[in-house]
Design a protein. Structure first.
Length: 230
């Protein structure tokens, strides 16, 4: 259950009546993407309101007439998918900031400047987003907005999504320390152990994370990792 302080109002007007629920704003985007969720666990109150602020409820007969059911889970899904979400200015700012940061991080991780073959710093992407006046939707997924963002950014800065292949060499004692990082950053296409006990692997990773991966591996190995772009 979400607390009343953190909940937002989802409102649907139909048949001359208003129907409202109080729910966690984090689940709105999942519901609008058609994902199956037991919404009752994300409601502040398991009830349908006529006016959530005043705590008034619509007549049960009216609810059944409009929704064809008394199941709060089904009613809530209809209200979210067909209605509008009411959020406070503070809630909306927090949600917008969080979603914008995730969009910037996604692009910084997966895109590069094709002229220099290097990633764009997050700060550069943020400035470009402001310049093209992109309006972040707090309820749409990051992935569904990235394509639109890239379309707006391309006339402004040289940018494209790209994968890179790298060869990594680790000492035998360092392989275990680095395994989780390797899995996190990409997929090992091929690997082999050398006669001296060292490990060599070929990986495909998002082009924007080469510097981050190199730094992470060298931190783990005290500078003994080798990462080469192929």
């Amino acid at each position: 259950m979400v607390s009343l302080d953190d909940a937002v109002v989802a409102r649907l007007e139909s048949h001359g009546e208003t129907f409202e629920i109080l729910l966690d704003p984090k689940v709105v985007k999942y519901l609008r993407e058609g994902k199956e969720i037991d919404i009752t666990g994300h409601l502040a109150v398991e009830a349908v309101f006529k006016n959530a602020g005043k705590g008034t409820h619509p007549a049960e007969e009216k609810v059944k007439e409009v929704f064809g059911t008394a199941d709060i889970n089904e009613i809530a899904k209809r209200i979210v998918s067909k209605g509008e979400i009411q959020v406070t200015a503070e809630q909306r700012k927090e949600m917008l900031d969080a979603k914008r940061n995730r969009i910037v991080a996604y692009i910084a991780r997966n895109a590069i400047n094709p002229q220099t073959k290097t990633p764009h710093p997050p700060a550069r992407i943020e400035l470009a987003l402001a310049e093209v006046k992109f309006h972040v939707d707090p309820f749409r997924s990051v992935e569904s907005q990235v394509e639109e963002v890239m379309h707006l950014l391309r006339p402004l800065i040289p940018i494209r999504f790209e994968k890179s292949r790298v060869a990594i060499k680790l000492r035998a004692d360092d392989y275990g320390k680095c395994f989780d990082d390797l899995v996190h950053f990409g997929m090992v296409e091929r690997e082999e152990w050398q006669p001296d006990g060292s490990w060599i692997g070929l990986m495909e990773i998002p082009a924007g994370v080469i510097t981050e991966l190199t730094s992470k591996l060298n931190d783990r190995t005290k500078g003994h990792a080798s990462v080469k772009l192929l």
